[in-house]
Design a protein around this ligand. Structure first.
Ligand code: C2E
Ligand code: CA
Ligand code: CA
Length: 404
């Protein structure tokens, strides 16, 4: 059983610990709330010193202050490379999240090491994810940003850790190529007790969804919290209720034995309903905007781009042709496509009519848009009712997290 001991340690102790091979990695499993499969784990450093575990909170901070963290991070990554074959032998598709700190980013040592190991085939980029906090990326350089884009291009996913605890979240989100958002445990813990915490979490999930980011809830300590998150559209969960961080042999055993967890992809059907309402609101907002600014000759093409995509490119379409396909056998699912395709054609025409200043055409097109929208919502609602009537059996094929 793991113990966290409030030991005083010095940088000298950390260096000794490194020389004596006292650091190991523990793994905390992550479960897909859509499929119920274990999809990954976060690796967390542990220091076994004088017969007890020293908390990373104790030594990571010290190592960061001194800059020695870059040496530790490099060591941890090498430990991970050694552990990975044991994990992948059981589950080749697993994704292990690795924490990096601001020094690591500034000095780029770890980024080069990751790149180098991908180059020589020692690690498949699809098997690793890098976790960074807002604080970590706050004082980035453009060179760092370039390196991170290159890693992402090669297939290494980036996760923004501890989301909801900092101040610059939106700026950070728009600057870095993150594909995962980890909702901080300080919020998650309270969602069953506080209406405000629940609203904040569901707004964060919604925002992440709109930005095409996957959400991971951290600090899931009870079944009740787990269940709530399942219906929220959050994609993954991590926390003590599933498992504490565990040593490699226990994690390998966990992958072999604890293969299926409660799940339900209906949260993404709810998100698809909201996606449609949002699309309609956005196009009407744009229409009013166009009617106002047209006379001043100012229309931004970028602003219109979203409405030039066909019905496969919007968020509802991405769900429909992605995770939503699991409902293909439902008639209600198939009924969504014709009005949805027509909706997008009508949307194009509305934008063109607004640019031309044709009020009459616009009025007719808006009426038509509303009728189509009502049909789509009806289809989505009746699909939801049909899905509730026939709950998915766990033996059915499972979908991977995603949909965007
Ligand atoms: P973190 O990255 O936010 O990691 C999650 C922490 O939350 C872990 O603490 C984990 O044990 C804990 N946790 C997970 N589920 C629950 C839960 O349900 N309830 C509660 N109360 N806690 C939960 P841990 O392992 O003590 O690590 C603390 C922090 O130390 C990490 O926070 C991370 O910032 C840092 N850290 C750990 N390992 C590394 C590493 O290899 N490199 C770097 N740079 N930092 C690390
Ligand atoms: Ca983390
Ligand atoms: Ca965290």
């Amino acid at each position: 059983m793991e113990r966290d001991v409030d030991d005083d340690c010095t940088l000298h102790d950390i260096k000794d610990g490194l020389d004596n091979q006292e650091f190991i990695l523990h793994y905390q499993p992550k479960v897909s709330l859509l499929s119920g499969k274990v999809v990954g784990a976060e690796c967390l450093a542990r220091w076994w010193k004088n017969g007890k575990f020293i908390s990373p909170a104790k030594f990571i901070g010290l190592a960061e202050e001194s800059g020695f963290i870059t040496v530790l991070t490099e060591h941890f990554f090498k430990l991970l490379l050694g552990d990975l074959p044991h994990i992948l032998a059981v589950r080749p598709d697993i994704v292990i999240a690795f924490n990096i700190s601001s020094h690591d980013l500034r000095h780029q040592r770890i980024l080069r090491l990751v790149n180098h190991n991908i180059d020589k085939g020692a690690v498949n980029p699809a098997n690793i994810q890098l976790e960074l906090t807002e604080g970590t990326v706050a004082d980035f350089s453009y060179e760092t940003l370039g390196t991170m884009h290159a890693l992402v291009k090669r297939g290494v996913a980036l996760a923004l850790d501890d989301f909801g605890t900092g101040f610059s979240s939106l700026e950070v989100l728009s600057t870095f190529p993150f594909s995962y958002l980890k909702l901080d445990q300080s919020l998650i813990k309270h969602i069953t007790r506080s209406g405000k915490a629940k609203s904040i979490v569901s707004s964060n999930i919604r925002m992440a969804h709109r930005l095409g980011l996957h959400t991971i809830a951290e600090g899931v300590e009870t079944e009740e919290v787990y269940d709530r998150l399942t219906y929220s559209g959050c994609q993954e969960a991590q926390g003590y209720w599933i498992s504490r961080p565990i040593p490699l042999p226990d994690f390998v055993q966990f992958l072999r034995t604890k293969t299926i967890w409660p799940s339900n992809p209906i949260g993404l059907l709810y998100q698809a309903q909201l996606d449609h309402i949002q699309w309609r609101k956005d196009i009407l907002e744009t229409y009013y905007y166009l009617m106002t600014v047209r006379s001043r000759g100012y229309v931004s093409d970028e602003h219109l781009e979203t409405f030039r995509t066909d019905h496969t490119g919007c968020n509802l379409g991405k769900w429909y042709y992605g995770v939503g396909r699991m409902y293909e056998s439902y008639e209600q699912y198939r009924l969504i496509e014709p009005p949805h395709a027509e909706l997008h054609v009508t949307g194009h025409r509305l934008i063109d009519a607004a640019i031309a200043g044709d009020h009459e055409a616009c009025h007719e097109l808006i009426m038509h848009l509303s009728a189509l929208s009502t049909r789509i919502i009806e289809c989505l609602h009746s699909l939801e009712a049909a899905v509730h009537r026939t709950p998915r059996s766990l033996e059915e094929p499972l979908v991977q997290a995603g949909g965007e």
